[in-house]
Design a protein around this ligand. Sequence first.
Ligand SMILES: O=C(O)CCC(=O)C(=O)O
Length: 291
Amino acid sequence: MLEASQVETYRRDGFVVLPGHLGPALTAELRRETDRILASGHGMRESDAVYDLEPWHAPEAPAIRRITWPHKHFEFFWELAKHPVILDAIAPLIGDAIRLHGSKINTKLGAGGASVEWHQDWAFYPHSNADVLAVGVMIDDIDAENGPMMVMPGSHRGPLHDHHSGEFFAGAIDIAATGLDVAPALPVTGRAGSISIHHAMAVHGSDFNRSGRSRRFLLYEYAAADAWPLRGAPDYADFRARLVRGREPDDYRMEKAPVRMPFPTPPVGGSVYKAQTMLKHHFFGKTQARA
Ligand SMILES: O=C(O)CCC(=O)C(=O)O
C-alpha cells in the first residue's frame, strides 16, 4: 500500500518513487529472469516482436535495447503484472479495477544504451479518462550516471504537447521548437527492486547511458478498468484478459482530457526509438548513434 504522503506526492508531482518496494527475493528473481531472456536473444540478427535491437547489435556483440510486451511472451512478467506488490501500490491512485495496457523492458546497456526523447505517455495511448499511469521497476541500481528516467514535476496537469513531426506521429516533443523548459526535471533513481509510478500525462525522457553499467527498467502501463483506450481494442479478448484486478465496468467513464489524433506511422517504423528519429531537433542527440 501507499502511505498518504506518497499519494500526495503523486498527486502533486505526477510521480513518486518507492525505494526497495519489491523486496530482495522478488528482485533477485526479476534479475534472473531478465538475464535469461536477454541471453536467449543474443544470437538474433534482426529485431522481431520480442527483441528490439540496437543499430550496432551483432550476435557476437549483442545489444538488445528493448524487450517488447514481456507480459505477453514470458509467464514471469505476466505474473508480476498481476502481483499485489504492484497492484496494491497503484490501487489508491486509479481505483480497485485495473487493466494492464502494455509493458516493456528498456535495457539501456552500458556504453551508449539508447536515450528516449521527452514525451507524455498519454500522447501514445489516450483513454476516455486520465486514470492512466506507468509503473517503472528498477531491475538494476539506477543513479544519475546510467541514464535514469527524468520526470518534470507537475507536468501531469498539462498541457498535452505536440508529439507529431510534420504529418507523422514522432512520439516525442521537439524541445527546441516548443521552448519547453525541462531543467526542473528530476531523475528517478534507486536500488534494484525500487519502483516508480508516473502519471500518463507527466513529461519524461532519459539520456543515453554513458556509464558502462546497464540500466534495465521494466515498465508496466495500467489504466482504470473503466478507461477506454481511444485508439481502440482490436483484440477484444486480449483486452478483457488484461483485467488484472476487479470487475469489468458496466460502462466506460468519459472525462474531459486533451487528445491529439490520428497517429500516422512514419516511414522509418513505429517503434518509439525509430519514430523519434523523425524529430527535427534531438534533445539528447540522435537516438541511432552510439554514444
Ligand atoms: O526508459 C526510460 O528511461 C524511459 C522510458 C519511457 O518513457 C518509455 O519507454 O516510454
